[in-house]
Design a protein around this ligand. Structure first.
Ligand code: HAM
Length: 426
């Protein structure tokens, strides 16, 4: 047993850490529901082919990072590295005829075999949002605004939104021809990683982190110069609408994103407070993906937020747990069944009730209630149980008793009145 450990790049999230996770998830879910976005859950395990066709063979994610294995039926399976391809597959499979426009979200674990470091894991979590069937610039704007608002609602500061347009397939092909020519001429000046990308995924060279390659790229052809008039107009309209919403952005013509399916709008939100893994949110438009995977011609746009990075950035105020309303101190053969019964009754009032199961002395149980900073306590000993009543005490801010009352077990009215008048019930 001693050698059993979790795998590198995976983590156990313990109750103390999960307070923040749950608070963050609650705020996210509220925001999504206010925007009338519906949840979709797709399997964590998919056919490998889905990601090869969906994300692209030349991408780092597919060529180096997937957890792929043969199952017992010799089928190649992959733990999902992201959610967009699965959503597209589900949409194609179920058919969209009844509802051609869908706003969807998902949240859950994703898997990429990357080198673990702060904010980068092999099993990590994403919140993803996908708008399926939406073509207008307004849908790009709503998607970006939604991501921005979620991050702001969580109190994140120092955020930068970077945007770019990758044009349509034609624009990209035209650019690629000219860029490949330039790459052949300048190959020897590029870092090794970028050289290796020339045949596999030349566009990705544009967002290299290597400073020397970056410098050389300054003289390369620019994708932006190859955008058709229509693509440029679309991009201009996006900028205008973002400006009118007062969402600040920076244009980054080298932003190409790591997955092959993007067209037109691409965007990322980074935080200066994150160090090297600075991207909290990445997304963009993928108008060809659904058709290319065998579905109808369906425009779409979406984003995903990395939850681990979000947790690193979210403030301490989200570390606060709901306060215990009532702690039930109980001891004795007669008292214990009463206590369990009372805990159920009190929980029906939507109260946070902790039932002490330790069997320890009253003073120890009281200390625990104190440590938890419970708003009030109930005390039941065999004496109270024999009298069919219990004592309930409210504490003030300094943890001294503010109000105390003896309530008969069968008097729900008296109990409710006490809870109400002592402001325990909301
Ligand atoms: P992505 O940029 O690959 O996009 O990932 C989105 C976010 O997931 C990143 O910005 C980052 O916060 C988080 N993330 C990625 N890899 C890791 C990791 N190894 N550890 C921790 N966090 C990580 C997508 O996945 C697209 N499906 C987004 C999208 C949706 N585009 C359109 N719709």
């Amino acid at each position: 047993m001693n050698n059993l450990k979790n795998l590198r790049g995976t983590v156990d999230l313990l109750p103390d850490q999960l307070i923040k996770w749950q608070n963050v998830e609650k705020i996210i879910l509220e925001q999504l529901s206010r925007a009338s976005i519906k949840e979709i859950r797709t399997p964590i395990l998919e056919m490998t082919e889905l990601f090869i066709r969906g994300i692209g063979e030349g991408t780092d994610v597919v060529s180096k990072e997937m957890y792929t294995f043969l199952d017992r039926g010799e089928r190649s399976c992959t733990l999902r590295p992201e959610g967009t391809a699965s959503v597209a597959r589900a949409i194609i499979q179920k058919g969209m005829s009844s509802n051609p426009l869908q706003k969807l979200w998902y949240m859950g674990p994703m898997f990429r075999y990357e080198r673990p470091q702060a904010g980068r894991q092999r099993q990590f979590h994403q919140l993803g949002v996908e708008f399926i069937g939406y073509e207008s610039v307004r849908s790009d704007v709503e998607i970006i605004a939604l991501a921005w608002d979620i991050l702001e609602k969580l109190g994140l500061k120092k955020l930068n939104l970077e945007i770019n347009s990758l044009g349509d397939l034609n624009d990209r092909l035209n650019f690629q021809k000219s860029f490949l020519k330039w790459l052949q001429i300048n190959k020897d000046f590029l870092d090794l990683d970028s050289q290796n990308r020339i045949d596999k995924n030349p566009l990705r060279i544009l967002d290299t982190k290597n400073s020397q390659t970056k410098k050389i790229l300054e003289s390369s052809p620019k994708l932006h110069d190859f955008l058709s008039k229509k693509s440029l107009e679309r991009y201009l309209e996006l900028k205008n609408q973002l400006e009118s919403l007062k969402i600040p952005f920076i244009e980054n013509f080298n932003l190409v994103r790591g997955l092959d399916y993007y067209t037109h709008t691409a965007f990322e939100i980074t935080s200066g407070a994150l160090g090297s893994q600075a991207t909290v949110c990445g997304g963009g438009r993928y108008d060809n993906l659904i058709k290319q995977m065998g579905g109808k011609d369906t425009p779409a746009i979406g984003f995903a937020i990395g939850l681990e990075r979000l947790i690193l950035l979210a403030g301490k105020e989200l570390d606060v747990e709901r306060r215990t309303d009532i702690y039930i101190v109980n001891q004795g053969l007669l008292a214990e069944p009463f206590a369990i019964n009372l805990s159920r009754k009190l929980r029906n009032f939507d109260l946070l009730v902790e039932l002490d199961l330790s069997g320890a002395s009253f003073s120890k149980q009281l200390k625990k209630a104190n440590k938890l900073n419970s708003k009030s306590i109930v005390v039941i000993g065999d004496q109270e149980a024999a009298n069919k009543e219990f004592v309930i005490r409210l504490f003030d801010k300094k943890n001294s008793v503010n109000n105390e009352e003896v309530i008969p077990f069968d008097s729900d009215i008296k109990l409710e009145r006490w809870l109400n008048s002592n402001l325990i019930l909301k």
